[in-house]
Unconditional design. Structure first.
Length: 317
């Protein structure tokens, strides 16, 4: 497949510091913002199509005989930190400022849209629901591909949990649409020693840090689809999650048809070959000390079960 347009977002250029490789300025071609969906201010193009092969090297990375079924959680934490490109970022989690972009009052809660302005990962937003009658527990909701925090609020229990008294925080993940923009960003970030999914995890850690600074404790994690692929890794990278609900597991070697289903499969944020061999360990939540609830994909008919689970694990313990 010949890629006609390769897109990369300027905010990801910070990851040059993660690698000795430097991008050539002459390779950068500024494109019109209207060409692609993108939540960033600038888009760049560079002919890096051949680099996609680093994800498709199944002989080296996806050999099923190398799947690892037993390892200490401490070691898994270190491995994931390294392979997701997070090892040098953890110390910078608190290096952000916040701006309240919008605030409106609902019948049961106050809804705030907050912009997190971080020195490394740039700007991203989150919706925070603050009920008038709080129950002293917090839920972080992670949306899937093609969705956003507003969709999660309405379709995946964000509002429902706020009405139950939970603080609910839902970050808006960037470049999460299974399109060319996600593809090109995934490749460019990987080239520079980091991963796009690692960024999603890091943004989630920033939200957790913000909540803890406001003394919002007893934190539960509710995730859908691609948000679950993020959440399932997040469990091993922080001790701040007290309860966990997921509806999806990833092997982290996912390949997708992008935009034209007849075209060759390509990569996205969940394509991380170096952690493929650990996917069975990652997806066995018995390896964590965190209470968890595994639900069918979409969990549309399981609202009462989720409410009861969070009540038991966050409020009664």
């Amino acid at each position: 497949m010949k890629l006609k347009k390769l897109v990369i977002i300027i905010m990801f250029l910070f990851i040059i510091s993660c690698s000795n490789e430097k991008l050539n300025n002459e390779d950068k071609i500024k494109l019109s913002k209207e060409n692609y969906y993108n939540p960033y201010e600038d888009i760049f193009c560079s002919d890096i199509s051949v680099k996609r092969d680093i994800f498709l090297d199944y002989n080296n990375h996806l050999n099923k005989n190398r799947i690892i079924n037993n390892i200490q959680n401490e070691s898994l934490n270190e491995i994931l930190s390294l392979e997701l490109g997070l090892s040098n970022l953890f110390k910078n989690v608190s290096d952000y400022q916040i701006i309240v972009q919008n605030q409106k009052r609902d019948k049961d809660f106050i809804q705030e849209t907050i912009s997190f302005q971080h020195s490394i990962v740039g700007n991203f937003t989150a919706i925070i629901l603050k009920p008038y009658s709080k129950n002293n527990a917090t839920i972080i909701g992670l949306h899937g591909h093609g969705d956003n925090a507003s969709v999660f609020k309405e379709k995946y229990m964000g509002s429902s949990l706020a009405k139950q008294g939970y603080i609910v925080a839902m970050p808006n993940f960037r470049q999460m649409n299974i399109d060319d923009s996600e593809l090109y960003t995934t490749i460019k970030v990987y080239e520079n020693g980091c991963t796009l999914l690692g960024f999603r995890i890091f943004e989630s850690l920033i939200v957790i840090d913000y909540l803890k600074n406001l003394n919002f404790r007893n934190i539960g994690l509710l995730s859908h689809s691609g948000g679950s692929s993020t959440a399932n890794l997040l469990l091993y990278l922080t001790s701040d999650i007290d309860s966990f609900v997921s509806d999806h597991k990833s092997t982290y070697n996912d390949l997708h048809p992008y935009e034209n289903e007849d075209e060759e499969l390509s990569v996205g944020c969940e394509t991380i070959p170096k952690i493929y061999k650990y996917h069975k360990l990652i997806n066995d939540f018995n390896n964590t000390n965190t209470p968890y609830l595994k639900l069918p994909y979409g969990f549309k008919d399981d609202h009462n079960e989720i409410i009861d689970f969070f009540k038991k694990t966050l409020l009664e313990n």
